[in-house]
Design a binder for this molecule. Structure first.
Ligand SMILES: Cc1cc2nc3c(=O)[nH]c(=O)nc-3n(C[C@H](O)[C@H](O)[C@H](O)COP(=O)(O)OP(=O)(O)OC[C@H]3O[C@@H](n4cnc5c(N)ncnc54)[C@H](O)[C@@H]3O)c2cc1C
Length: 604
């Protein structure tokens, strides 16, 4: 164990490194800069150097990236962030840093080992000359004092904008999908002065949450879930019921003054390279319109495109059957025989609610699932960054997001595994009971648990809020195996097991977001951009090769002017900043040469 250094010495070490690093960059010397990194280093860049979301692994990759970007980026002003003391955690010195580039201002985080950089995070948070009009210092006045003839009120201005945008004036950005992702990004673009329209086929903002099964509450706690700019009030519950979050999102679109078109379905989109714009056909309240944005964002939901299985006999089945996304809730199924195919979050939530309402419930487990108890996950997995205690200790949402972002994906599993070992130990009793009930439980391919599963494949887990015990104690019956076919009144598994059913719910997950591009644009474009999500970890449902960042999310794709946005509330909040800045830079004519545009290895 390395002895901890005194604070002054820690700060001096960081300042020395920053100064040498800054000098090498100012001298345009990528090799000298790369020599300041350890052999096993990582540099994660969120659009500051690469106009991409990219992690460079090893000094050679650092040098190569700098050789390609340095002349244009012109970084300077490397310093420790005011008020942030560097700290030494067992031989790794950590510090928050600020810097500038020719285009904007950045912040980041550095971890030093023996005076050399092990991990570096650089991120751009604002563009010079395009700073957001917000406090401190730039809050809009909201009024023009004086005597002004024919003054336009705020309301008149808003009404005029709403009536003209998309009709007399084309939006620069069109966001298809007005869930939390679309509106969070829309809010940032509004603050950046980018004319934007958000279209959603549903009738009201928040309807995607309203339409989900009625027992649903967010599985993540409030500190993880804030939208950009507008925090939930202190009276808000830790776990938001779905209709409450829906109402919050609806209010958000108003408060943040978004140009949100409800009941508007995008039906097709095509890119005209010569004109540098999209032609997007939409039906707004049944009326056909054409929009011509320069940039198109698909915020159509990572959990929005149901993976609907097809089993022989489905057409003969006489009961109700639907995908989990269409499950109305348990009310109609009291006393009925319900078979839920799947064993992840939705499956457990739906089984629990059906059981609570007096249904006879069977879960069909087709492959292993990872389960953690909600309290345990909050306590061991999230509390250091997203909790009441973290807030009390001075942790802000922004800072927590940056801490998370500072851990390179390649080594994140090794940070996560010990946490899940603690969780296993804490709830060993529970896992013993689950396994005794025949439940096939896993901890992820490499034992790294829930968050890595989420990043790699976006599925394969349940955050237990009570339903797992129903399976463990047999109240919800468990059947294991693949579905072979359906009969008029039963689900039949491959081993011949027959499960009589009045209702079958297919809790079989969701498809990759590039499927939306296939539907709206063309299968060729969907194939060209390739699979969305996953890291290339070569674990289940996340095939290699290693890609190092989430495929296609929040960054340039192989289709010019096409972007994907989404994820959970935390990711939507944090990464919408970088997507908004990439779009703003293009609108403002700031050069945005993309370094290391991702290659496509998988189509879906
Ligand atoms: C059951 C369940 C529980 C979840 N729990 C949590 C949780 O606890 N915490 C968390 O952070 N995340 C959770 N998620 C994941 C994620 O946060 C949600 O799926 C969330 O709704 C994603 O937001 P989004 O804006 O990316 O997409 P969505 O909310 O799916 O919104 C996409 C929108 O696109 C619209 N759309 C699609 N096609 C078109 C078109 N052609 N034209 C116009 N509009 C279109 C849809 O109408 C929809 O409103 C959960 C997901 C599910 C399914």
């Amino acid at each position: 164990m390395t002895a901890t250094l005194p604070p002054a010495e820690i700060a001096t070490g960081v300042m020395t490194w920053l100064s040498e690093f800054g000098d090498a960059l100012a001298a345009g010397d990528p090799a000298a800069a790369a020599a300041l990194f350890t052999e096993d280093c990582f540099w994660r860049d969120l659009i500051a150097f690469t106009w991409n979301i990219k992690t460079m692994e090893g000094p050679a990759a650092v040098e190569e990236m700098l050789a390609a970007t340095l002349a244009q980026v012109q970084p300077s002003g490397w310093r420790i962030t005011d008020g942030e003391e560097p700290a030494d955690a067992g031989g790794v010195v950590e510090a928050w840093i600020d810097f500038e580039t020719a285009a904007g201002r950045g912040r980041g985080h550095v971890r030093l080992r023996d005076g050399r950089c092990w991990t570096l995070l650089t991120s751009l948070y604002e563009l010079k000359g395009h700073e957001e009009p917000q406090a401190p210092g730039r809050r809009p006045k909201g009024v023009q004092h004086g005597a002004i003839r024919e003054r336009t009120t705020w309301l008149e201005g808003r009404q005029q904008e709403a009536s003209e945008l998309g009709v007399a004036e084309q939006p620069y950005v069109l966001i298809i999908g007005g869930g939390q992702a679309g509106i969070g990004l829309g809010a940032r673009l509004r603050q950046l002065g980018v004319p934007t329209i958000i279209v959603d086929k549903r009738g009201r903002p928040g309807d995607q949450w309203r339409s989900r099964y009625k027992s649903l509450c967010l599985h993540d706690p409030i500190w993880y879930d804030h939208m950009p700019y507008l925090k939930f009030p202190d009276t808000w519950p830790v776990f938001s019921p779905k209709d409450k979050i829906a109402d919050w999102l609806e209010s958000y679109t108003k408060i943040m003054e978004l140009n949100y078109w409800p009941s508007t379905e995008a039906t097709s989109a095509a890119y005209d390279e010569a004109a540098g714009e999209w032609t997007v056909h939409v039906e707004r309240d049944g009326q056909r319109m054409v929009l011509r944005p320069k940039q198109l964002v698909l915020a159509t939901g990572m959990s929005g495109k149901p993976n609907q299985p097809s089993f022989p006999g489905m057409d003969e089945f006489r009961g109700d059957q639907h995908h989990s996304s269409a499950h109305p809730g348990p009310d109609a199924y009291r006393g009925k025989r319900c078979v839920v195919v799947g064993s992840n979050n939705s499956a457990f939530d739906i089984c629990g609610a059906l059981w609570e309402n007096g249904a006879d419930v069977t879960m069909v487990q087709r492959s292993s699932t990872h389960i953690v108890k909600s309290d345990t996950l909050m306590d061991i997995g999230l509390s250091a960054l997203y909790s009441e205690e973290a807030v009390a200790a001075g942790m802000t949402t922004d800072k927590a997001d940056m801490v998370f972002a500072s851990i390179p994906y390649r080594i994140m599993a090794q940070f996560q595994t010990p946490l899940y070992e603690q969780m296993r130990e804490k709830d060993q009793d529970f896992y013993d009971r689950l396994e005794a009930a025949g439940f096939d439980h896993d901890w992820g391919d490499d034992g790294s648990g829930l968050f890595m599963k989420y990043l790699r494949r976006g599925s394969g887990y349940y955050i237990d809020v009570g339903s797992a015990d129903l399976v463990a104690n047999g109240d919800v019956k468990l059947a294991r195996g693949q579905v072979d076919h359906l009969t008029e009144d039963a689900v039949v598994l491959e081993d011949g097991t027959e499960l009589p059913a009045d209702l079958v719910v297919y809790a079989t997950g969701y498809n990759s977001m590039n499927g939306w591009a296939a539907d709206l644009i063309s299968p060729e474009v969907a194939d060209r951009v390739g699979k969305c999500w996953g890291l290339g970890s070569d674990t289940s449902k996340d095939p290699g090769p290693w890609e190092g960042e989430q495929r296609n999310m929040w960054k340039p794709t192989q289709q010019q002017a096409l972007w994907f946005h989404g994820g959970n509330l935390h990711q939507s909040r944090h990464y919408s900043l970088y997507l908004a800045l990439q779009l703003k830079a293009r609108q403002a004519g700031v050069p945005t040469p993309v370094y290391g545009l991702q290659e496509v290895h998988h189509r879906s």
